[in-house]
Design a binder for this molecule. Structure first.
Ligand code: SF4
Length: 509
């Protein structure tokens, strides 16, 4: 027995040793895909953790100066927590390196599917690399550059002294002492285009003389080019991956769906009366739901996409099936739909949402990712995320009408311009609730509602939320959603797939 376990350990050790080279130390450019077999469970958990990490990267990048001490401390803490490599070029973190490598490639598959997804993924991966690269010390940096085939040649002290005046006048922000202290690299112009364009480097004989401090711009440029190409190539091979029925729902889920607490089971069920809804829509609804509620009240109708998005949100905040039927019916019959038509055409879909018809699936409210990434609204639709789908001028008008101060509107529009839609929504939360920092990472309209209620009621609703979760996983996830780094966690793949079927079934406007 002992003998066999010793042999097993030896074999395992040999395997790990063999694979060490397969997963290069961090940071890296992820040049070769992993080739080992992994389980679907590991596949999903790696991907979800990387998604969580990239969400934190995005959040920190907007909340703090990149590279500041707070930014670095918080990012390092997250890397440690999620068990990704946090120590540069360490040799003894095989498992962390493996996870880092594999998870990057899984998200490549999930995030190559559209321009929006590619752009978001690229930006976060670049920021992650920037942080990791800047953590390297001089010799490690050199080692990394060699590893990624960027073997820029450091110029000799003699040449540097000879060019000292030119280097000083061409490198903004550098004193002569700094020039003498810094290591300079001779870099081909093609690799230093951005610095050249911004007139930040000395050029001679077709080479840019780049100080060590600026070399990260070149590294990142290089990485961006490689990763963009890789994403485009991955997108081309997607059809063959999508034909794998095990992977396709997982990948779709990763890129379009939120997988944290699903807000489908609430102890609040029945605790909200229909009379409260108008007031709640002003106080505690995120902009997407506020827009839908207003459209419904104004037009006494919502098209299919709006009914799905708003109906499931209402279910998530606690409306019972009976209340939902009464709510929608009262509103619709004030418009062009009579009671009979409502019962025949619409009531079924509401009961379906509550799992009382068809496959009897208890459908979950839509997450921000799902709303932002799928089914964009067309003329006459009110669903979607206003931060993503509204024209900026229209969004500005909307925010003005909601009495957001001009400075706040400017901040929101800046975030929207940078495609940080959920962060724009967080800013909207801060401004409408008069708080400096919301202290959580927004991923779900129902999370917005729950956090708003918690804040407005001095924390009591939070307790209700936490204790209300219907199963242990949900409890854990709810807890996470209250933490500052809450992001997607696990999967509702089946429910999602079934929801697609439901959406196709109810196409009546
Ligand atoms: Fe709604 Fe999410 Fe967009 Fe906010 S970010 S408006 S909660 S979809």
């Amino acid at each position: 027995m002992e003998f066999s376990s010793a042999r097993a350990r030896l074999k395992q050790g040999r395997l790990a040793g063999d694979r060490r080279g397969v997963y290069p130390p961090s940071p890296q450019f992820y040049l070769g895909p992993p080739t080992e077999n992994i389980s679907l469970v590991e596949f999903e958990s790696f991907a979800v953790d990387r998604l969580r990490l990239l969400k934190v990267v995005e959040n920190l990048g907007v909340s703090y100066v990149k590279g500041s001490d707070t930014y670095k401390t918080k990012l390092e803490a997250e890397l440690r927590k999620l068990k990704f490599p946090y120590k540069a070029l360490a040799e003894d973190d095989y498992e962390a390196r493996r996870k880092d490598h594999i998870s990057h490639f899984i998200l490549r598959l999930a995030y190559c599917q559209s321009e929006d997804l590619r752009r978001w993924f690229l930006q976060q991966e670049m920021d992650l690399l920037r942080y990791r690269f800047n953590e390297l010390t001089g010799p490690l940096r050199q080692k990394f550059l060699e590893h990624v085939n960027l073997s820029f040649e450091a110029i000799s002290e003699d040449l540097k002294n000879e060019l000292a005046n030119e280097l000083y006048t061409s490198t903004p922000g550098f004193s002569m002492t700094k020039v003498k202290e810094q290591m300079y690299y001779k870099v081909g112009l093609a690799d230093a285009v951005d610095l050249f364009r911004a007139r930040r480097v000395f050029i001679k004989d077709g080479f840019a003389y780049v100080p060590l401090k600026e070399i990260d711009a070149i590294v990142l440029n290089n990485y961006r080019t490689k990763l963009s190409k890789a994403l485009a190539l991955t997108a081309r091979s997607l059809p063959s991956v999508q034909s794998d029925e095990r992977l396709q729902p997982l990948l779709n889920h990763l890129s379009h769906s939120y997988v944290g607490p699903d807000y489908s089971v609430q102890k609040n069920t029945g605790k909200i009366s229909l009379d409260q809804i108008d007031a709640l829509s002003v106080k505690s609804y995120p902009l997407c739901m506020r827009q839908l509620h207003k459209a419904l009240r104004d037009n006494h109708h919502l098209r299919h996409g709006g009914r799905m998005q708003y109906g499931l949100f209402l279910k998530g905040i606690g409306l019972t099936l009976e209340q939902a039927l009464e709510f929608w019916k009262k509103e619709f019959i004030r418009g062009k739909v009579d009671a009979d038509k409502f019962d025949k055409g619409y009531a079924y879909s509401i009961r379906h949402n509550y799992g009382k018809e068809g496959k009897r699936t208890d459908y979950t409210p839509y997450s921000c990712m799902k709303i932002i990434m799928s089914n964009p609204p067309s003329q006459g639709d009110y669903h979607g995320c206003p931060f993503r789908h509204c024209d900026p001028d229209l969004l500005k008008q909307k925010l003005q009408s909601y009495k957001i101060l001009p400075s706040g509107i400017t901040q929101i529009l800046e975030l929207v311009k940078g495609m940080h839609y959920q962060l724009a929504c967080q800013k909207y939360f801060e401004l409408t609730h008069d708080v400096d920092d919301i202290g959580f990472s927004l991923n779900h309209p129902n999370q917005y509602f729950a956090e708003s209620q918690k804040l407005l009621s001095g924390g009591r609703e939070l307790k209700k939320e936490l204790s209300s979760s219907g199963n242990s996983q949900q409890k854990n996830n709810s807890q996470e959603s209250m933490n500052s780094n809450s992001t997607p966690t696990s999967s509702n793949t089946t429910a999602d797939a079934e929801l697609e079927g439901l959406e196709a079934y109810f196409t009546e406007d």
